[in-house]
Design a protein around this ligand. Structure first.
Ligand code: FAD
Ligand code: SIN
Length: 540
């Protein structure tokens, strides 16, 4: 049985992007927010370093823009960069109005401590100690929970978008909402709305090792692509240089802010090596640091390298990095006394659904914001702490654009229920879990920090086989969240591999042995993959 409901705006995802948009709209519109896990579970919850914003007298908007453009390796959209940087301050002021508490600098009661991270030429990262995301996410969630016009649906996973072409057979394609699975009751739900917004985060889980939480399976990118949205620059996957290396430390990030406060990267013999790779050493852009670490680990056959901040007084470490210090202590590592073992891991999806400055995709009625979107801000490599900023700035601009269209007076069409008539329960889950593992492993081995045509083609051959199995399974069996996520991960893997094969140069986060240098003879180009058109016979 499928249940039905209608809202003015349907937001899929309750991270920083989704909640900011919901709060911006809720005084004027009836908003539904879906989240496939607990409402707070998101990459946003785990953000550590902070949010970049020009607040220091010695800093400037032009400097923030310039640093972002340099990190983006010639592929940023300059309008998007300027728009984001110029709207940073008001976005932070809005967060403070919502009750978000940022660490003060202790100089005056009004001024904030700013930290530094890779690629930034000034201190410009505002933060809440080393748990900025937790402070932002829990504050926004409390506000959203209290708002009478926001209906929150935890444990509801979006299955696919509802479109006028696929569900109603119309020639014009317009997004009408989304089918969702209520994971707790195992029932399907039809959410209809004149405006649907994908705020589903990134796709780090497509790799075996990632800083991302389990929810980051690229669902929005895959759903949007299947519904006809164009996608850009999926080859640019950011690997964070420093995730904790420990058998029990799944997904635990060691913030770049440690390097901003003077931490050094060391080999097993204690040698500092980043000075050999870049003049900014430990504070070089992330692609350079991650590749240097990968190179040194492969050269020496080592399992990890080390990050040492023990030159700072223990009180400083406890004040600025309480969460990281505590987590390391739980695992027997005292960062006040010695180095932390670290490795790179997949961290951020720079590509995504192409949007304009208001968050609109090319599918009418559908917006995308946050890590799901490609706004042009990050180019070939995102600069640290520009992501939460993008979530805030674009959620606010999307809200403005949506608000200008209110009220929605047109009745919504009647749409068919989710059709599960051909599907039967799966006899065993092993096929799904095995395919999850296989996909993530070959993506790590063949589509990771260093690529080649040979490795990418090998990954594509394996993916083609897996996709046949996944699609057959999807046609024949009842859906579960694991199956939906696997299907989405396979679509995202296809987008990453195909984009990587298309780019015949090394630029930013995409490094390939076959074309090891940047192609400066031609203007820098985005890699665009057109949205799919519905295969009416092939989708239940
Ligand atoms: P998310 O916060 O990931 O939220 C996605 C939401 O979508 C979740 O609620 C999820 O449940 C929901 N969802 C997904 N699929 C579905 C579906 N099919 N149906 C229903 N719901 C769905 N960036 C910075 O700028 N500064 C930092 O300091 C920083 N630190 C980071 C530290 C870590 C460990 C990580 C992983 C990332 C960090 N980043 C940082 C990146 C930043 O946190 C993310 O890019 C940002 O939080 C993404 O926000 P979002 O709202 O787009 O998505
Ligand atoms: C970090 O704290 O190192 C993460 C910052 C980011 O990804 O922007």
């Amino acid at each position: 049985m499928t249940t039905h409901s209608e809202y003015d705006v349907l937001i899929i995802g309750s991270g920083t992007a989704g909640l900011t948009l919901a709060l911006q709209l809720a005084d004027d519109a009836r908003v539904a927010v879906l989240s496939k896990d607990q409402l707070k579970e998101s990459a946003s919850l785990y953000a550590q370093g902070g949010i970049s914003v020009v607040l220091d007298q010695a800093d400037s908007i032009e400097s923030h823009i310039n640093d972002t453009l340099i990190a983006g390796a010639g592929l940023c959209d300059e309008d998007s960069v300027r728009y984001t940087v110029e709207h940073a301050r008001e976005s932070i002021e809005w967060l403070i109005e919502q009750g978000v508490s940022f660490t003060k600098d202790g100089v005056t009661s009004e001024t904030y401590h700013l930290t530094q991270e890779g690629g930034h030429s000034h201190r410009r990262v505002i933060h809440s100690a080393d748990a900025t995301g937790r402070e932002v996410e829990t504050t926004l969630l409390a506000k959203a929970t209290a708002h009478h016009n926001i209906a929150l649906f935890p444990f509801h996973i979006g299955i696919d978008l509802i479109t006028s072409q696929k569900q109603l057979g119309e020639s014009d394609n317009h997004c009408l909402g989304c089918y969702a699975l209520d994971i707790k009751s195992d029932t399907t739900h039809q959410f209809l709305a004149p405006i649907t917004v994908l705020a589903t985060g990134g796709a780090g889980k497509v790799y075996l090792y990632t800083s991302n939480p389990d929810v980051s399976t690229g669902d929005g990118i895959a759903m949007g692509w299947r519904a006809g949205c164009d996608v850009a620059n999926m080859e640019f996957v950011q690997f964070h240089p420093t995730c904790l290396y420990h058998p029990k430390a799944k997904s635990f990030l060691i913030s770049e802010a440690l390097r901003g406060e003077g931490a050094k990267l060391l080999l097993g013999n204690g040698e500092r090596f980043m000075t050999r790779f870049h003049e900014q050493a430990e504070l070089a852009p992330r692609d350079i640091v991650a590749r240097a670490i990968d190179h040194e680990m492969k050269r020496l056959g080592d399992d990890c390298i080390y990050l040492d901040i023990s030159h700072q007084p223990p009180e400083f470490i406890e004040l600025h990095f309480p969460t990281i210090h505590q987590r390391c202590l739980e695992l027997g590592i005292d960062m006040t006394k010695g180095p932390i073992p670290v490795v790179p891991a997949a961290h951020y999806t720079c590509g995504g659904l192409i949007t304009d400055q208001q968050g609109q995709t090319n599918l009418s009625g559908l917006y995308a914001i946050g890590e799901t979107a490609h706004t042009g801000l990050h180019g070939a490599n995102r600069m640290a702490s520009n992501s939460l900023l993008e979530c805030l700035v674009y959620a606010r601009s999307a809200a403005q654009h949506i608000r200008a269209q209110l009220p929605f007076n047109q009745p919504l069409p009647v749409v068919p229920d989710w059709d599960a008539s051909r599907a039967k329960p799966a006899k065993e889950a092993i096929a799904i879990s095995h395919n999850w593992d296989e996909l993530r492993r070959f993506m790590w081995d063949y589509v990771g920090i260093v690529r080649s045509n040979d490795r990418l083609n090998r990954a594509q051959r394996r993916l083609t086989l897996l996709q046949q199995e996944i699609n057959a399974f999807y046609q024949q069996h009842h859906i579960t969240s694991d199956l939906l996520e696997l299907r989405n991960l396979a679509d995202v893997a296809e987008l990453i591999i195909q984009s990587a094969l298309t780019r015949k140069e090394s630029r930013g986060l995409h490094y390939t042995l076959d074309y090891p240098t940047l192609n400066s003879e031609q203007p820098a180009q985005n890699t665009v993959i057109a949205g799919k058109s519905w295969d009416r016979d092939n989708t239940p």
